[in-house]
Design a protein around this ligand. Structure first.
Ligand code: ZN
Length: 146
């Protein structure tokens, strides 16, 4: 059994502060078909993002792979992901939604396009092979139009 995202909310003032300051740089996409939320939190290295995957139920499907998280410590990326998860969970989405920070930016096809742009920017740092087949298929579809 994996853990719940709520367990990754940090009490540390440093982590909470860092997450608050960096939240606007965190990109995410929610796919209502698979009920998976993909969060891409920036690393200190330019153009590198850590991918965190959370199920609608709050179950963490993929943990942040930053050095702190790999040592079993709480990191600001997971804290930010928990904040975004709580926000996304307030809504019932019927189509994919893409957002930055705590704001929803695009829905439907535009959401896939935004994700595609993110993939291009990050130069393979984001492994989209893990993104659900539905999402991937639609992404290829969108790619055909660009
Ligand atoms: Zn992390």
């Amino acid at each position: 059994m994996g853990s719940k995202i709520s367990e990754y909310l940090s009490e540390s003032i440093y982590i909470r502060d860092k997450a608050r300051r960096e939240l606007w740089r965190v990109q995410w996409i929610y796919d209502p078909k698979t009920k998976l939320l993909y969060v891409f939190a920036p690393s200190s290295k330019k153009d590198k993002y850590y991918e965190i995957i959370i199920h609608r139920t709050g179950q963490v499907e993929k943990l942040c792979e930053c050095p702190a998280s790999r040592q079993g410590k709480k990191c600001w990326h997971m804290h930010a992901a928990a904040v975004i998860y709580n926000k996304v969970n307030e809504h019932t989405y019927t189509e994919p939604v893409y957002g930055k920070g705590d704001r929803e930016r695009f829905t439907g096809e535009d959401a896939y396009r935004a994700l595609y742009e993110l993939e291009k920017q990050t130069d393979n740092y984001i492994d989209l092979s893990r993104v659900s087949p539905t999402l991937k298929t639609l992404l290829d579809f969108v790619e055909g139009f660009l």
